[in-house]
Design a protein around this ligand. Structure first.
Ligand SMILES: Cc1cc2nc3c(=O)[nH]c(=O)nc-3n(C[C@H](O)[C@H](O)[C@H](O)COP(=O)(O)OP(=O)(O)OC[C@H]3O[C@@H](n4cnc5c(N)ncnc54)[C@H](O)[C@@H]3O)c2cc1C
Length: 465
């Protein structure tokens, strides 16, 4: 069912109606299968198409936001189910697949087939910079791939929806005549008519020479022709293209953290407005106690800033998605900042609220028991710490080539912190003879530099038209 004629507001109302039942799900008793069935039903409504990430990114992001509003009641489970299917699995097929592979997404939708995404391994994954040890060996005799996990550490791990999904996109090192060609993405059938196919062990998934047809390779950017590896589009390594999904994911995660926090604050505020407290001058509502009142005011201010910033990132990324262009380095950096800032700020404010609202925060149904949602946001699509390490590392590399001038150090906080980190790194590397040891020893300054970079990025990004 296509609904191109609906305005975005009308579409949002339809999506809300379709997900009203989800919000009343009893997460204490619901089984994986039942929850997955709700996701299948939602898919089959066709409200959000598997292809909307490119065609209607406004609906793609809005759907993520609307679902995150239920997170204080539902916890992280359903939202993760949703984003893993639409962004990581279908989104990777959209980004890397050929026309026929993309067309199959419509069939998945009509049948309500669920997808998952198998990147992380016990010893590799997003944290390792997408380097993986699962291998897909090209067999020229049968024109198929043998998918295999050569060691315990190469088994796929933490695969959300792996217990129920019908399809998975597996990221594996493509091997041709024993030569590695780096991470490539393959569509693998996990189940046929609900039954697990042979040779597979999940939701930690290990592969033991699973035969894949040639068509399993998502081959828009690279393929095998005459048993030789062919890069089809210059300057677009597959490794780089897999990483593109992380950008949509980071915007969706940033917005989800903000929506979770808004819902939690709204629920708590309506309780605090009606809760009476004792005071020397008579009864007060809990929300007018100064420290709590201040949290509500500060939270609103910070939310407004972050929503505007993340919203601008969404808008610019959506333009790239609909036009099929790659985001600029500036946008990629802004998205990383948006992800870290939105999540870390939400963790901070929700924690402060929890510790100032009294016994209410201990009660079931208040949303505080679902704060794990924010913990999931912290490591999903690029862990906050790893992203911050990268920000500092990139900046230090720039300054190593062209050290900050005394004028810059005086005028600019970023140059000042970078200069002091550079000085400490040089001294410690000289003393220990080990650059990584010096880097680790100065970890506090590394994260302090990332903080300054993030603030500066937000400021300059928002001041640009
Ligand atoms: C609920 C859930 C769902 C997931 N779903 C999927 C999925 O569907 N598909 C998929 O492929 N993956 C998935 N993942 C994996 C996820 O994206 C992370 O890659 C994975 O959680 C990282 O492993 P870990 O949590 O064991 O972190 P560890 O490697 O144990 O690291 C722990 C923490 O240490 C810090 N850290 C680690 N290394 C460094 C470093 N070098 N420098 C600085 N700090 C560091 C980080 O803060 C990190 O969070 C999921 C994970 C969870 C928990």
């Amino acid at each position: 069912m296509l609904r191109p004629q609906l305005s975005i507001d009308e579409w949002a109302e339809e999506f809300k109606r379709a997900t009203v039942g989800l919000a009343s799900m009893d997460i204490q008793t619901i089984s994986y299968q039942e929850s997955a069935q709700r996701m299948r039903d939602l898919l089959k409504t066709g409200l959000l198409r598997n292809t909307d990430l490119n065609k209607r990114p406004d609906r793609f992001f809005l759907a993520h936001r609307l679902l995150a509003q239920h997170a204080p009641k539902l916890g992280p489970g359903f939202w993760i189910r949703f984003t893993v299917h639409y962004n990581l699995c279908a989104g990777t097929v959209l980004g890397l697949g050929n026309e026929e592979q993309i067309k199959e997404l419509d069939e998945w939708q009509e049948k309500g087939l669920l997808g998952c995404f198998s990147l992380t391994e016990k010893l590799a994954g997003v944290n390792s910079g997408l380097v993986v040890n699962t291998q897909a060996h090209w067999d020229s005799r049968t024109q198929t791939f043998n998918l295999t996990s050569p060691s315990h550490g190469a088994a796929k791990n933490w695969i959300s929806q792996g217990l129920v999904a019908d399809r998975t996109v597996v990221v594996a090192d493509l091997m041709i005549e024993g030569k590695p060609h780096g991470p490539h993405a393959f569509v693998v059938n996990l189940r046929d008519n609900g039954q697990v196919l042979p040779d597979l062990d999940n939701a930690s998934i290990a592969f033991s020479n699973v035969k894949l047809p040639k068509s399993a390779l998502l081959n828009r950017f690279a393929d095998i022709e005459g048993d030789k590896y062919v890069q089809k589009v210059e300057g677009m390594p597959v490794f780089h293209m897999i990483g593109q999904r992380l950008f949509t994911g980071r915007v969706a995660v940033a917005q989800a953290a903000l929506e979770f926090r808004k819902s939690l604050f709204d629920m708590t505020k309506s309780y605090a407005d009606s809760k009476k407290c004792w005071s020397p001058t008579g009864e007060l509502s809990l929300s007018s106690i100064p420290q709590l009142k201040d949290i509500f005011i500060e939270n609103r201010k910070s939310l407004d800033t972050l929503e505007a910033f993340v919203g601008k990132c969404e808008k610019q990324l959506s333009d790239c998605l609909t036009s099929g262009s790659l985001p600029s380095l500036q946008l990629v950096n802004a998205i990383a900042v948006a992800k870290v800032k939105a999540v870390e700020d939400s963790i901070d404010f929700c924690h402060r609220l929890q510790n100032d609202v009294g016994s209410y925060a201990l009660m079931a149904g208040t949303g505080f028991e679902q704060k794990d949602f924010l913990t999931c946001c912290k490591f999903a699509e690029g862990d906050s710490r790893i992203l911050m390490q990268k920000m500092s590392r990139d900046k230090i590399k720039q300054y190593e080539k062209k050290p900050p001038t005394p004028e810059q150090i005086q005028a600019d906080e970023e140059a000042k912190v970078a200069a002091s980190l550079l000085e400490r790194l040089a001294a410690d590397a000289k003393a220990t003879g080990n650059k990584q040891e010096a880097w680790d020893k100065n970890w506090k300054l590394v994260y302090a530099l990332a903080d300054v970079i993030m603030n500066k990025t937000m400021e300059s990004y928002m001041s640009r038209s």
